[in-house]
Write a protein that binds this ligand. Structure first.
Ligand code: PLP
Length: 408
C-alpha cells in the first residue's frame, strides 16, 4: 500500500506520470501536452519565486480578506451537549466562498503567462463568480462554462458573473451540470490554449490543475493553524476537521497543513452528497465505493455503470453535484488518512435549519452537509473534543431552493 510521506507536500507526492498512488495522471489529448507542460514549468517556477509569493499573499490579505474568522458556535455546542463546535467562516472571504483563492492564483498565473483570456467551469456558480471577480480585478477577459440546470438554480451567482463582465456559456449536453461544464471548458481550451488560460474550479483535472488548486486553497489551513495555536495555546489533543467534499478543494485546503499529524489527534472527515433520501442517485463516490475510472483527465473513484459510463448524480447542492472526486482525496482514502461519509439532501436541510436557529451563521447547502455530520457525532463525544467545520459557502446563493424546500 502506498503511504503518505513525511516532509513533502501532498500535492508533490505523485510519480513522474502524475499519479498519487493509483490516482491522477494526465489523460489528455495530444494537442494539450505542450500547454500543460508549459503551465507545469511556469507554476513550478512561480511557487519558488519570492516576488510571486509576495503578490499572492498581498492579494490574499488585501483583496480576498484573509484570514477568515475562526469562531466557536456556543449555542449549538450547548444544544448538542457534547464536543465543542467551532467553525472557520471561509464564506467571509471576498465573494462568499473558498473558490476565490484558486481563482486569484490562476489569474496571477495567467498574467505571468501573458494570456489575455481566462476560462473556467462552474457548478454552484461560485467558481465562476470568483473567476469573473479575479478576471475583472486583474484585467483578463473571462468566459464561464455552466450547465443549464445550474444556471437555473444558482441565479444570484450568474447575475454576479454577468455584472463582472464575464460571458456565461450555457452547456446543454449530458446532465447539464458541473460534470458537463468541465468537459465543455476543457474542449474549448484545446482549441484556444494559445491565447487562453484555463482555470479548473476544484482539485480535479490533469495533474497540474489538481496541484495549483490544492496549493491555493491550502491557505485555509495555514490560517487555521495559526488561529488554533492562538486560541488554545497549543494544538489540542482531539480535533475533528469536517468538510463537505465535491471536487475536494475546500476540504483539501482545510486539512493540508495538518496531514502529517496522527489521525487520532487530527481526524479528517469528508462529507459527500448522498442525494435525496429515496433516490439511488448520489454524488458520493468515496462513501459508496465507486470504482476507479477516468474523468476530466485523471484517474479517480467515479460513479459509473457496469459498462464504465459516467453516471448521473443528484444533489440538492449544485457545488457537490459531481460524479468524481479529486485524486488527492482518493489517495487520502486509500491511505486511510481521511474518513468519508455522506449526508442526504434532507439531512443537509435539517442541519441548515438547526445551525441558523442557534447561530448567526448562514452556511450554504454544501457546508450544511458537513454540519449534518457534526450534528450527528457531537453529542456522543467528550467536551474536550474540538470539532471544526469549514463553513465554506454562504447560503445567499441558495435562497430560491431554501425558500422552496423550507418555505422561507
Ligand atoms: C464549489 C463548492 C464546493 C465543492 O467544491 P470543493 O472543490 O469540494 O470544495 C463546496 N462548497 C462551496 C460553497 C462551493 O462553492
Amino acid at each position: 500500500m502506498t503511504k503518505i510521506k513525511k516532509g513533502i507536500p501532498l500535492i508533490d507526492q505523485h510519480n513522474k506520470n502524475g499519479f498519487w498512488g493509483k490516482f491522477g495522471g494526465n489523460f489528455i489529448p495530444e494537442t494539450l501536452k505542450k500547454p500543460v507542460e508549459d503551465l507545469t514549468i511556469l507554476f513550478e517556477k512561480l511557487r519558488k519565486d519570492k516576488k510571486f509569493i509576495q503578490d499572492r499573499d498581498y492579494y490574499f490579505k488585501n483583496w480576498v480578506g484573509a484570514p477568515t474568522p475562526f469562531i466557536k458556535l456556543e449555542n449549538l455546542t450547548r444544544y448538542l451537549g457534547g464536543a465543542q463546535i467551532w467553525t472557520k467562516v471561509v464564506s467571509e472571504a471576498n465573494g462568499g466562498a473558498h473558490k476565490i483563492y484558486n481563482a486569484t492564483v490562476h489569474s496571477l498565473i495567467a498574467k505571468k503567462a501573458g494570456k489575455k483570456y481566462i476560462v473556467g467551469d462552474t457548478g454552484a456558480g461560485y467558481a465562476g463568480k470568483m473567476l469573473s471577480m479575479a478576471a475583472k480585478k486583474f484585467g483578463l477577459k473571462c468566459k464561464i462554462f455552466m450547465g443549464v440546470k445550474d444556471i437555473k438554480r444558482q441565479k444570484p451567482n450568474c447575475d454576479a458573473m454577468r455584472k463582472n463582465g464575464a460571458e456565461i456559456v450555457p452547456v446543454y449536453t449530458g446532465s447539464q451540470t458541473l460534470v458537463d461544464a468541465v468537459s465543455e471548458c476543457m474542449r474549448y481550451w484545446v482549441s484556444n490554449c494559445d491565447s487562453t488560460h484555463m482555470c479548473v474550479g476544484s482539485t480535479v483535472g490533469p495533474n497540474i490543475f489538481v496541484k495549483i488548486c490544492g496549493w491555493s486553497t491550502s491557505q485555509i489551513s495555514k490560517e487555521l493553524s495559526v488561529q488554533i495555536k492562538k486560541e488554545f495555546g497549543k494544538i489540542p489533543k482531539k480535533l475533528k476537521l469536517i468538510n463537505c467534499v465535491g471536487g475536494g478543494s475546500s476540504s483539501f485546503g482545510f486539512w493540508n497543513e495538518f496531514i502529517h499529524y496522527d489521525k487520532r489527534q487530527f481526524e479528517f472527515i469528508g462529507v459527500e452528497a448522498g442525494g435525496p433520501k429515496n433516490s439511488k442517485k448520489h454524488a458520493a463516490p468515496l462513501t459508496y465505493g465507486s470504482k476507479i475510472g477516468i474523468l476530466h483527465g485523471a484517474a479517480q473513484y467515479v460513479n459509473q455503470d457496469s459498462e464504465g459510463q459516467i453516471e448521473e448524480t443528484e444533489s440538492i447542492s449544485a457545488g457537490l453535484d459531481y460524479p468524481g472526486v479529486s485524486p488527492l482525496h482518493c489517495f487520502l482514502k486509500d491511505t486511510k488518512r481521511a474518513r468519508y461519509t455522506a449526508a442526504t439532501d434532507e439531512e443537509a436541510l435539517r442541519a441548515y435549519q438547526l445551525v441558523t436557529k442557534y447561530e448567526n451563521l448562514n452556511p450554504s447547502l454544501e457546508p450544511s452537509h458537513a454540519f449534518a455530520e457534526a450534528i450527528k457525532i457531537a453529542p456522543k463525544l467528550s467536551k474536550d473534543t474540538i470539532i471544526i467545520v469549514n463553513s465554506c459557502g454562504d447560503a445567499q446563493k441558495d435562497r430560491d431552493i431554501l425558500k422552496k424546500r423550507l418555505g422561507k
